[in-house]
Ligand binder design. Sequence first.
Ligand code: ATP
Length: 343
Amino acid sequence: MDIRIDKIRKEFGDFPALHDVSLNIRSGELIALLGPSGSGKTTLLRLVAGLEFPSQGRILFGEEDASWKSVQERNVGFVFQHYALFKHMTVFDNVAFGLRVRGSENRPPKAEIRRRVEELIDMVQLSGMESRYPGQLSGGQRQRVALARAMAIEPRVLLLDEPFGALDAKVRKDLRKWLREFHDRTGHTTLFVTHDQEEALELADRVVVMSQGKIEQVGSADDIYDRPQSAFVFSFVGDSAKLPVTVANGDVSFKGAPTGLRTSTPNGEKHIFFRPRDIVLQDDGPAFEGRILSMRRLAGARIAEIDAGLGEGAERVEIELPLGVPAEQGSLIRFLPHRYAIF
Ligand code: ATP
């Protein structure tokens, strides 16, 4: 089902947690809400769920204005980071719960509940574990039960708030892949909150980057990573290097010296952003110049910290040295980014 978030503002007392947030989510999309702590991700998710109501603006489920509807009326499924399964109930009973507590007019017959629950348990790959209790499952298995439980009510939208946040890195990675496949099979419109950029970029059809209660950018992983539209998105997603520059009629200069780089950014004091690996070393001609202050070795790469501009007022910046280039602490490095953005 399509969801339209239309000019939402949410205040807690005087504090605006969300300002003028608009977003159209297409039926079947897997959307990641990505941002630092306090950026408003959970608040937005809770508004879609019906756990909070907007101070201004509307939320449409299809054509229907759901802004003031209750959680039950919206028919959404949730999974939270620490989703408390009922400890005294088996896997089967946990998954069946949402169907069994329905009013008698909406409750499917027993045999139908059994069929549906078994299908879901199979879908989350926990067949054979129906009679186990949550205490007898791993963290990853418990989150899969939580997902099956959320799905049992056939929600119109699935809302996941850091669903894998409490799990260790390896399990998280496996579940991420698994969730993507699960989503592709079931086709639910899904919104999930994460502060982990890798998780967002790998999983989502579109990533919504949030900062300070606003949406900074919405796009595919490629849009967000390769075409960041703001300094915030550039720095928040992926490794980035940043240097102060002056723009005059499209020419970019650094500390008064031309760099030979061009931009369509208007004149002024700006910053150039680039990925540490997007650089080319220069023998001569204009370039950023600096000495290596220190080096770090990563798997398959060397990162050098450079004092760009040399001497007093130099700017520290980290770049990735191409393999095979001889370099050590104190070596003079001249480089230009081959891909960059200026904000
Ligand atoms: P995190 O990743 O830490 O969960 P988040 O991006 O999900 O952060 P929110 O939980 O949406 O952020 O919070 C956004 C802002 O709104 C924060 O500054 C938070 O302190 C504030 N806030 C959230 N809920 C309430 C509330 N019930 N009362 C007052 N302020 C709140």
